[in-house]
Design a protein around this ligand. Structure first.
Ligand SMILES: *[C@@H]1O[C@H](CO)[C@@H](O)[C@H](O)[C@H]1NC(C)=O
Ligand SMILES: *[C@@H]1O[C@H](CO)[C@@H](O)[C@H](O)[C@H]1NC(C)=O
Ligand SMILES: *[C@@H]1O[C@H](CO)[C@@H](O)[C@H](O)[C@H]1NC(C)=O
Length: 277
């Protein structure tokens, strides 16, 4: 318990300190903090619902597109921080299957955005290469325009030999669809006589979820930004047992190391505590 007290005390003090510093000092300090954090237990897999691009733009009187651009910059920054910390896997919710019910005009905008972001991500080849990141696109991509499907495939192929880390881009994804797909494939295997019905266990279904098939480690932390406290059909099974759920107020484009540090400290505290028990 003693260790726990020191940890909570430390994390509260650091958070206070961060909040009271200028952004210049914060960036110096957070870099230092990152290197301190890297000595402690590091989460294996972080999933993020990148919420708040539109509200960020609206509050500043910017076009929605600018909000999404800022969101992409934020993703790049966070991804690099995670990679520096040796976090093996990052999953992001880029587009929900539910979003297809939105007005056509808006869907066209989103598809345009998807195309732009895929292109940008490919241009980040250097980052993906340096950190040996394999990109997987998870979800029902047959619902997307052909051109986008092709870019996704190219991105996956160009990084398929990378082994150190994983970036899962969930697009278009929902948990319910992921589970349904796993069940459908088990049923079809059963019909073909490849598996007995009573061999279809939750372990078998779980191992057929797209995250598991792409080799993702257990989900340690799920983050949702922009002060929305819902899962919105993201990683529902993956986060059902031992995942820390972190809801933060910051809009996604503004989410940074300042928000990450308290989350990582809380995780380290949890691990230390579980070792004491
Ligand atoms: C998709 O829909 C969800 C839920 O309505 C929303 O929170 C999210 O911002 C939408 N994503 C995009 C890219 O429009
Ligand atoms: C997926 O499900 C099949 C049965 O449909 C099972 O044989 C297999 O072990 C499961 N796991 C993976 C990773 O394919
Ligand atoms: C839950 O996760 C933490 C952090 O990864 C770990 O230390 C702990 O042993 C886990 N507990 C269970 C019951 O798996």
């Amino acid at each position: 318990m003693h260790t726990f007290k020191i940890f909570s005390g430390l994390s509260a003090t650091l958070s206070d300190l961060l909040n009271s510093l200028s952004s210049y000092a914060t960036s110096r300090l957070t870099r230092l903090l990152l290197s301190i954090l890297s000595c402690g237990p590091i989460p294996r897999h972080i999933a993020i619902v990148m919420d708040g691009n539109r509200r960020y733009a609206r509050e500043r009187g910017l076009r929605v597109g600018r909000g999404h651009e800022a969101g992409f910059e934020s993703l790049k920054g966070i991804l690099e921080q995670c990679l520096r910390l040796n976090i093996r896997c990052v999953s992001v919710y880029a587009f929900s299957i539910e979003n297809f019910t939105r007005p056509q005009e808006e869907i066209d905008d989103i598809m345009h955005l998807a195309k732009t972001n895929l292109k940008r991500l490919s241009e980040e080849g250097e980052l993906l290469h340096r950190y040996d990141v394999r990109v997987n696109v998870l979800g029902r991509r047959s619902l997307l325009p052909l051109e986008i499907q092709q870019s996704m495939q190219e991105l996956e192929e160009s990084t398929s030999s990378h082994r150190s880390s994983i970036l899962n881009v969930c697009c278009p994804y929902t948990s319910r669809d992921e589970v349904t797909t796993a069940i459908r494939s088990a049923v079809s295997d059963a019909r073909a006589g490849l598996i007995q019905t009573d061999e279809i266990t939750s372990d078998v279904l779980f191992s057929n979820l797209s995250t598991q098939k792409s080799g993702s480690p257990p989900l340690d932390i799920l983050i949702r930004t922009s002060d929305v406290k819902r899962l919105s059909d993201f990683m529902m099974w993956q986060c059902s047992s031992n995942t820390s759920l972190e809801f933060v107020k910051t809009f996604w484009p503004e989410f940074g190391i300042r928000d990450m540090v308290p989350i990582l400290l809380a995780y380290q505290r949890k691990v230390v505590l579980s070792r004491i028990d």
